[in-house]
Write a protein that binds this ligand. Sequence first.
Ligand code: F6P
Length: 329
Amino acid sequence: MRIGVFCSGGDAPGMNACVRATVRAGIADGHQIVGIRRGYQGLLEEDFFVTRDGNTEMTLRSVSDWARHGGTFLRSSRSERFRTSAGQEQAAAILTRHNIDALIPIGGDGTFHGAVALAQYWDGQIVGCPGTIDNDLQGTDFTIGFSTAVSTAVAAVDKIRDTAESHERMFLVEVMGRHSGYIAVHTAIGAGAETVCIPETETDIEGIVDNLQALRKRGKSSVMMVVAEGDEGGGAAAMEARLRAAGCPFPTRVVILGHLQRGGTPTPEDRLLASQLGHWAIRVIGSGSTGVMVGRVGADLCEQPFPETFASHRPIPGDLLELVATLSH
Ligand code: F6P
């Protein structure tokens, strides 16, 4: 089979390892692998990865040393044109013209919405890999990139704690997650933050200030608050203003980690997950399956129909939130 692979949406550390795995596993199973650059936008522009010899079929050497690099060598994009039915139809015609039998999109919910739309116009197989730092997809315990993003955020909060302690301050550290608090909660637990604000729970400013006053009385000299960018109370800057107005007992500062979390060397966990899922995607295509995302739940590799990966919000386990509260004392 001739299989196209591409990365789409926000990049995530481990995407390169995933592409590498699809290329190496695909070639091992006798397939041809075509790299599509710049996601759906690149597909519309017929922007294919070209080897040094000028071929569009990737070779074993095309992906040498890719596993350890962050970002995505295939590049990524969020395509406006592909959101239209005309764009989707055009993409289908391009795939047919290039004799592509199957596609492996690596991305998040936007990417899989796109895959569902494309399937209306194209009858090739589509098997996706979850590549997003947000960890907000149903059907896999973890998405590729999440481990690295949390590791980066924890390292940053650790450093900020040093200066917070020196100056006896409170820092509000904003992490990514427009709709999901996964990065925030894992970062808060890993870095021993005193409090966390996420989109999934209502932010009670008065309650937080009462708690901060209690922490101050108990002798806490610094406080770390991790705020998900998509918290319904606003990001870290808005939260700081509200806390000050409500009588926050600590001097405050804001740090927004932003895209720092999307880059950097993928953790071993992300490289392992990406390698397993890239390989598994090739096997799933070989089995004839289509319209699914591959994932890992527990130790098992599995498949989840695309619509089920994004149909419902993936909840944050309640015990993790309790853990932040219990351990902050
Ligand atoms: O979906 C991944 C993500 O990093 C989100 O956490 C964040 O809200 C968004 O992408 C940022 O997107 P962009 O890079 O387009 O600003």
